[in-house]
Design a protein. Structure first.
Ligand code: ATP
Ligand code: MG
Length: 285
């Protein structure tokens, strides 16, 4: 029976976070440096370390069952594969940029220009949608140099903070699409691997759920328990425990991360004291 195989980027902007995700899932490796493959010591999975551009192809042809790769590569290559889940890291956008001193009002300004990119298919689709005729210069790296060296008028590339564009005298003029890391899968996964894949997805889900929540602990006079409980629903309801001080209790609850500050304000006003907010490692519901 074949073992579950997952491809991740060998070295680059996706590698550390891909490995960290597996570590957070409790999947351990012997961590031999320089290896191209690695079998987990405590989960039935083998990791292959590849160039990110190659990952969609290997997932499509079944060399590996799963892969972690940027959405930009998936969009560009348009392969026959399944997106199992979005992973929320390596967030960036693909944008068009021109020389800082040039004027720009609308996509039609790109008509007749030459555009350097490593993503010709995504760019061509955009140009077709906008009814623009432009010449695409496909290059594999250092795209932002193209205007300086006279290769193209415009660049179409990955942007995150925009500092690389700025350093090269360019300005972003159109955001074409966004990207983040994706967990992708082959279209016809063997049934025999179903339970291992489910277990992996279950652990990833528990990590993401936990990252979106905080554990809030507080002390409250017993008279305020009902009012505070109505604000702190928790997973089922808050845990309530008596304190060593008469007429006081301790309340514990899980709160969505984006509501933590709002919740703290409300429970303080109701008499809560000694409020602690803690991270949650995993959360299974
Ligand atoms: P490889 O050697 O594996 O081919 P690469 O040089 O093509 O690597 P990286 O620069 O490591 O690729 O980027 C990998 C992926 O990380 C990109 O495809 C994109 O999804 C994402 N990414 C790239 N740049 C950024 C950025 N500045 N911020 C966030 N994510 C980014
Ligand atoms: Mg690459």
């Amino acid at each position: 029976m074949s073992m579950l195989k997952l491809a991740i980027q060998k070295k680059g902007r996706l590698s550390d976070k891909s490995l960290a995700l597996l570590r957070d899932c409790g999947i351990r490796f012997s961590n031999g440096k320089g290896k191209l493959t690695d079998k987990s010591t405590n989960f039935p999975i083998e990791i292959l370390y590849l160039r990110d551009d190659d990952i969609p192809r290997y997932v499509e042809n079944g060399t590996v069952h799963l892969g972690i790769v940027g959405e930009n590569e998936v969009l560009e290559q348009g392969r026959n594969l399944v997106v199992k889940r979005r992973l929320g890291f390596a967030k960036c956008r693909l944008s068009l940029a021109i020389r800082r001193e040039e004027e720009y009002t609308a996509p039609q300004d790109l008509q007749g220009k030459s555009i350097a990119t490593s993503y010709p298919n995504i760019l061509q689709n955009y140009l077709n949608e906008q009814n623009i005729d432009a010449q695409i210069e496909t290059i594999s790296g250092s795209v932002e140099l193209a205007p300086q060296i006279g290769l193209a008028d415009v660049v179409f590339d990955i942007v995150s903070t925009g500092s690389t564009l700025l350093m090269n005298g360019l300005k972003e003029v159109e955001k074409v699409c966004t990207s983040e890391a994706l967990l992708i899968a082959n279209n016809e996964l063997p049934d025999s691997l179903g339970s291992d894949i489910e277990e992996l997805l279950f652990r990833i889900q528990a990590i993401y759920q936990a990252q979106r929540s905080k554990y809030v602990l507080l002390n409250t006079p017993n008279s305020a328990i009902d009012a505070i409980s109505s604000i702190l629903p928790g997973v089922k309801g808050p845990t309530i425990m008596p304190l060593g001080v008469e007429d006081w209790s301790s309340l514990h609850a899980v709160v969505p991360e984006d509501q933590v500050w709002d919740t703290i304000g409300k429970i303080k006003a109701l008499g809560a004291e000694g409020i602690l907010v803690a991270n949650i490692e995993n959360m299974v519901q």
